[in-house]
Design a protein. Sequence first.
Length: 317
Amino acid sequence: MSKRSYQEQAARVRAEIIRLQLRLKEAPFKVLLILAGPEGSGRGELLHTLAEWLDPRGVDTFSFHPPTEDERVHPDQWRLWRDLPAMGRIGLYAGSWYTETLREEARNQRARRHLLDEAERIRRFEKLLADGGTLILKVWLHLSRKAQGRRLRTLRSDSSTAWRVTDEDWQHHLDYDRLAEAATLIRQRTSRPGARWTIIDAEDERTRDLAVARLLLRRFREQERRFQRMAAPRAAANPRTYFAEWIACHTRSGVAGMSKRVMPRGFSASSIAFIITASAPVVPASPPPFTPSGLPLVMTSLFSTLNSGNMSARGMP
């Protein structure tokens, strides 16, 4: 991509990202952008670019190091929970909960069972975040072995960047195939609804930066629409039908906590909903939220009537 084309597209993307941040301030969720990839894939450069495009007042940047002695005395995920952005903010992770696992794999070849255990630990952690509404974007910056070697040699040949290439980086290059296999396993085991991996080619730095920024914009809009659908009241062409569905749904929820002695014999939740809505003189267009403390008294009374044998389930839905 030419420099001119990149600058034109970057200006538009940056304006969109700023608007995203303004909407995020009012949104009921936070955003985590996790960057991972082999040495030389440009995680630090990309992080720097995103930090320039974003309003710093709404961004937190995290980079995990090996645990300190103080951190070791706490539960494994203590420091992970501590380093999360607040609601309405973006967290950028150049190093994340994947860093330690991949770093240890680079230093010594671990057993497959250990990698699977680590992946399961990460998967559970991310599930808790996603279930709570957090938007998780996990980006793997792909770089082939050949491209990685070329990138490391380019950095080493420039006196201003030679310091960035370490002996450990060259060792990672030699172990490229083994580390790539371990990374693939980790991605497969931790890619789940709400926390999917996106693989982006990192060979062209400008294309890489724009691709990640556009992914952030697209996923944010999807998350925003999802929360809007959850908040919007459901349109009901037939209020009586809507109320019946509501009763049936929450009857199932409430019945689960009732004793078998109270449960009506031979009646389904749909049958109970049918009886209630058929006899209701007024049906609310928008029933109130169900409270899990127990079913309404009218349902309990109805169950007693049904159990007494005064009504039959025949002919009910």
